[in-house]
Write a protein that binds this ligand. Structure first.
Ligand SMILES: C[S@@+](CC[C@H](N)C(=O)[O-])C[C@H]1O[C@@H](n2cnc3c(N)ncnc32)[C@H](O)[C@@H]1O
Length: 361
């Protein structure tokens, strides 16, 4: 399925966009493990397409990063049973992963358990879902990071993370989907991937429209089938300027949305939505202008109203593309200086702690 999407070497060179993906993942997990553990005594991290554990020059792969993240938060997790399930289908990659698990992962706290599996992701997910039956799975963060789009059925994945506190971080292999969309032999895989056949409507659209259509459709399916009210998406662009894939983070928690939104804006300070291998490491050469228009959005929504700061914080997350960090110092403070808002219950001008009311003139 598209040779460019499938790496044949057991261990391969890491690419800048993979590092960006890892940074989003670790930033999120660093914040998320303690939150999950505060909700539940048992938490589960599933890496369904774990890889060999390391890249060619020794850079850590996702299993190592997840484990290191949890170790870094160990003091918050000491009353929890933290389980890791790393699955890799390829035997030689699995062998390396196993070697790392048994010899190379350093001291692991006694309340952590690291399990590895060497099977097709669909079989593993199917097994977990079947064993769970009508019961609930412990709060789970599932990372689904395939090459290509085969064996990534939306319905099964959504079933795996159907419980309220479970989350999904999934890669949508846009480039290969785009290439194979009309291929007769791939229709079964594509229908499973999307959980519907609407993707066929992309045929005949121009390149940009087609990309938006497919990315929107996948997002819609995650929201509807997965019943995730909060879905964040991030685009990865490869060296030649083509979109390689999209990452989607799906949660039912506003706090989860907040943490992911902040992580994405850290990686892309101009849009919070994409990373390009083309400019990796040389971003300072480009004068990317960032126009923050959150003030306009707030005025359009709240003019004449008096609202608690919490309402504005939630609005930033659910009604705009911005991050929490854009609200206070970068937007409310200048608005107050310009006389566009008045604050009730504010102890010091320019600060907006919990409980402060904002009146939009
Ligand atoms: C993109 S790589 C994973 C990279 C890893 N998650 C990381 O970030 O370091 C995809 C991995 O999935 C494995 N794989 C391919 N098909 C699979 C399947 N059906 N089930 C499980 N693993 C599979 C491949 O061998 C490859 O190692």
């Amino acid at each position: 399925m598209g040779s460019a999407d499938v790496v044949t070497e057991t261990v391969w060179e890491i690419e800048p966009h993979t590092k960006a993906k890892h940074e989003i993942l670790t930033r999120y997990l660093d914040a998320w493990f303690p939150i999950l553990a505060s909700w539940s005594e048992r938490v589960l991290f599933i890496d369904g397409f774990a890889g060999p554990g390391s890249y060619r020059s020794g850079e850590p792969g996702s299993p190592r990063l997840a484990l290191e993240s949890a170790k870094g938060q160990a003091r918050f997790l000491r009353n929890s049973n933290v389980m890791f399930l790393f699955n890799e289908a390829d035997p030689s990659r699995f062998q390396l992963l196993e070697e790392w698990r048994t010899n190379g992962n350093g001291a692991v706290p006694s309340n952590f358990s690291v399990l590895t599996r060497n099977q097709q992701f669909v079989d593993l997910a199917g097994e977990i879902v079947e064993r769970r039956g009508d019961k609930r799975l412990v709060p789970t963060f599932a990372f689904v990071d395939p090459f290509g789009f085969k064996g990534v059925p939306l319905a099964l994945i959504c079933d795996l993370v159907r419980d309220r506190r479970s989350e999904l971080f999934i890669l949508f292999s846009f480039n290969s989907v785009n290439r194979w969309i009309t291929h007769e032999g791939q229709q079964g895989n594509l229908s499973e991937l999307f959980g519907c056949s609407d993707y066929a409507q992309a045929d005949g659209l121009g390149p940009d429209e087609r990309k938006r259509f497919l990315a929107d459709l996948y997002e819609r399916q995650l929201r509807e089938v997965g019943q995730f009210p909060y879905v964040s998406r991030f685009e990865m662009i490869e060296m030649r300027g083509r979109t390689s894939y999209f990452l989607y983070h799906c949660t039912r928690s506003l706090k989860g949305l907040e943490v992911m939104r902040s992580a994405m804006w850290k990686i892309d300070p101009t849009n919070g939505s994409q990373f390009s291998d083309r400019v990796a490491g040389i971003e300072p050469l480009f004068d990317a202008t960032f126009t923050l228009d959150l003030d306009k959005l707030l005025i359009a929504r709240f003019k004449g109203q008096t609202v608690p700061i919490k309402v504005l914080q939630d609005f930033v997350l659910t009604g705009t593309r911005y991050a929490p960090a854009h609200l206070k110092k970068e937007t409310l403070k200048p608005m107050q200086e310009r006389g566009l808002i008045e604050c009730i219950g504010q102890k010091r001008k320019g600060t907006y702690p919990e409980g402060v009311l904002i009146h939009f003139l």
